[in-house]
Design a protein. Sequence first.
Length: 568
Amino acid sequence: MQELWEKGLKWDEQLPSGLEEKWRTWCSELAHIDNLQIERKLFSNAGMSEISLHVFCDASPKAYGAVAYFRYITEGRVKVSFIISKSKVAPLKTLTLARLELMAALIAARLAKYLLNTFPSLTKEIFLWSDSKIVLHWLKGSSKIWKPFVSNRVAQVQLLTPPNCWNHCSGSENPADFTTRGESTRKFLTSSLWWMGPAWLSQPVQSWPVQCLPNPPDGMCGEEVIASERRRTAIVNTMVTTTNDDNCISGCIDIDKYSNLGKLLRVTAWVRRFIHNGKPGPLKLSGPLCASELQEALYSWIKATQLKHFGRELKQLLSKGIISKDSSIYNLNPELDDNQLLQLKGRLEFSNEEVRAKHPWLLPTKDKFVKLLILDAHVKMCHLGVDSTLTQLREQFWIIKGRQFVKNVLNDCIICRRYKVKTGTQVVAPLPPDRIQEHSPFDVSGVDFAGPFYVNDSNTKCYLIIFTCAVIRAVHLELVPNMSTDSFLLAFRRFISRRGLCSVLYSDNAKTFKKANSELRKWWKYINNPEVKKVFASPKELFGNLLLNGVHGGEVSGKDRYVRLKLA
């Protein structure tokens, strides 16, 4: 199956002749399985002693596996019982034979652990056998000196089984070789090596293979494999540079992840507290952040921003006390304050203003920290304009080209853009034909209720039905005691008796009008017949439908408001 997978054959494709022959041979071998007989019991009924577990493992380029036996003494003779075997095909990715042998050892260790858990009171003595000296060298040493593939599997094997339980046997006497070579069924059935283990397993311990393995295994091949799997040791020369906390704060915290100045300063204050508490000294900070810690965090970011943009000028002021004339901030006459921050001298030295108002800190333009400062001042000023925000900032800071930068930042304020945006206007559609074509008064009308209106001489209330002509905007009012369908139909009869039949009557979706529409359809069913038409012959069609929710109804609602105003 693995060879078919490697060739990429599909389910309905014809097999190549070579693979088809292998498949037929394998199927023919299945018929001999009927001759296989295995005793149901593992041990004889007589007393047993010196019970031990033996697990053999082996690998080939095609497969790897393991097989387990119980060895015990009964009636003075050594007996060996076949217990279990397990095998797997080699991965599609090509691995070295030594790595496959190591994977077989891992299967053997898992089988041993499984059998010990299954028969906990039977035996505690286990022997694991492999014909690979390289694998035994790996298992009996430290797992940390090898590359990850070998290191991980060696660690798993050592966790499952003690390293001193592993022993070496020759490949010709290893029964696990049957799990890797693809032997015929007949050979499996007749092989004493498979069912009883190697011949020396049925003999006294003195006849077992002598365990004297060289460390590391001898031979050029073994040395090369071991050297290739050894983890390389890199020699790294590290130079530690001690810097001020303020200088490296921008390297510890990614300012691009923050959109709020307050959060940035709080995180910075916590980082500075952690650094402070990690240093030797009796004073350790705890509890909530205090105002001085937040102020120190602000100093840190001002210092980091000035170092980033005015590093040369800071060095010149520290060494010479004056900056060079080719500097972009030479005309601002900067100086250093007590915290070694750049500030402006200005001409307000003898004023009564605050120190920061007289000597504001100097900050560059187009910097993320400066942008957060602007947004914070903008929020404190309740989202006022550029002038108010800039005035708030200049109480402490002087930003180069500040007005333009503040304007650019405020243009991106989501809240301001939401309130300053111009609302869209609805495209006016053409008026409906009933509004602009020539009709007689009330031929096209709209209807709606207005009220309630309270009667002065009692606590009762009444309503008005407003009929509005859609063309000339005339209004007809009918007083009704309630909003029932019967009251509307009576008012409608009075309306058509006074104004004549209308061809179209618009209304909203009120339940009264829905019920009236149903009643009008019943009337129309009796009126619209040939005999009645002969008696009441007229060039105008009789009214027969009430248009529900036909238009917005603005013309009726407007008249409702006008009538209420006049009756007030």
